[in-house]
Design a protein around this ligand. Structure first.
Ligand code: 13P
Ligand code: SF4
Length: 327
């Protein structure tokens, strides 16, 4: 087992004062009005971006917000598959992504041509795709899910159908264990979440024995097994509000701590460490900077473009998810 290094824990303590916006953030808010834009930000974005967003949430909440958006422009502060999802559900809007290179290792692990080849060999398979995939993969899927609704979605798949779950084997394994539904799992993973180890989590637990551990289902099974709660980023906010604990260890990307700090300001949040670092950043999520957010609104670029045939095909399983999720 690799050695767990010594480092200072990354802690976000109770908030004293509301944040004062910087001139750059003020400029973004003025541009937002000028462009008639709405800013949607994922829970993993840096704090200064979360502070200028109209809505901060998980993939599921952001999908609903994107579909309901009436503004001319959706500035999506997240990664590429999230901005693509916004375009799929609301194609009339201009969808901007601050950095087009902000991808996702899970999405990359399942190219559409490989899924198409698998389906050609297994024509009766029912494909459940985690939303962390490209529009091309969505277009080949039967239903989409997020970590927030995966159990509900998988439970609704007709019992006589064999399921292939793409692209996250860890989320897929967790959902299968939770629902009792056997599934074939695509061998993809989140490069960031698999860096959490039981050794690192047990070590931080010794330092904060009163703090429950909440982990994202993209973590490996050994880490999920020692967590007190396994859930999506949005459900982590619910857990933090409802738990009697004053301090909570949060085993996911570090941006989550800012969201928790905002919504549950009286509690203390400790980042789940890895073997080498006190916290864990997704390098793709962190490609978006406050300057790139300003520039995207200023230049109305980079914007998501999509083939209409792919978009229309991807909408069917996405809309199925949005409908099943509400029911
Ligand atoms: P959530 O949908 O839980 O926010 O997760 C998205 C993600 O990319 C996790 O790595
Ligand atoms: Fe993808 Fe992992 Fe980054 Fe989420 S944290 S966007 S799953 S690489």
């Amino acid at each position: 087992m690799p050695a767990v290094l010594n480092y200072e824990p990354f802690i976000v303590a109770p908030r004293a004062e509301p944040a004062v916006l910087t001139p750059m953030q003020e400029e973004i808010l003025a541009l937002k009005q000028e462009r008639n834009a709405v800013i949607l930000a994922h829970n993993y974005q840096i704090e200064s971006i979360q502070q200028v967003a109209d809505f901060v949430g998980d993939s599921l909440g952001l999908s609903y917000q994107a579909q309901a958006a009436q503004a001319d422009v959706i500035l999506f502060c997240g990664v590429h598959f999230m901005a693509e999802t916004a375009k799929i559900v609301n194609p009339q809007r201009t969808v901007l992504l601050p950095d087009m290179a902000a991808g996702c290792s899970l999405s990359d692990s399942c190219p559409a041509d490989r899924l198409a080849a698998y389906k050609a060999q297994h024509p009766d398979i029912y494909v459940v795709a985690y939303i962390n995939c490209s529009a091309g993969v969505k277009a080949l899927s039967d239903v989409i899910c997020t970590s927030g609704n995966a159990k509900k979605i998988v439970s609704r798949v007709p019992a006589d159908r064999e399921i292939l779950f793409v692209p996250d084997q860890n989320l897929g394994q967790w959902v299968s264990q939770q629902t009792g539904r056997e599934m074939k799992l695509w061998p993809g993973s989140c490069y960031a979440h698999v860096q959490f180890t039981t050794a690192a989590i047990e070590k931080i637990r010794l330092e904060f024995p009163d703090a429950p551990v909440v982990a994202h289902p993209e973590c490996v099974q050994a880490v999920r097994d020692i967590a007190d709660e396994v859930c999506s980023t949005e459900l982590m906010v619910k857990f933090a509000k409802e738990s009697p604990a004053e301090r909570i260890i949060v085993v996911t990307e570090s941006g989550m701590l800012h969201r928790l700090h905002q919504d549950v300001p009286h509690k203390t949040f400790i980042a789940g460490p890895t073997n080498t670092c006190a916290c864990n950043d997704c390098r793709f999520m962190k490609m978006n900077t406050i300057e790139k957010v300003r520039d995207a609104l200023k230049n109305m670029s980079p914007a998501i473009e999509m083939d209409e045939t792919v978009r229309a095909a991807a909408l069917t399983p996405l809309q199925r998810m949005l409908d099943w999720s509400k029911a």
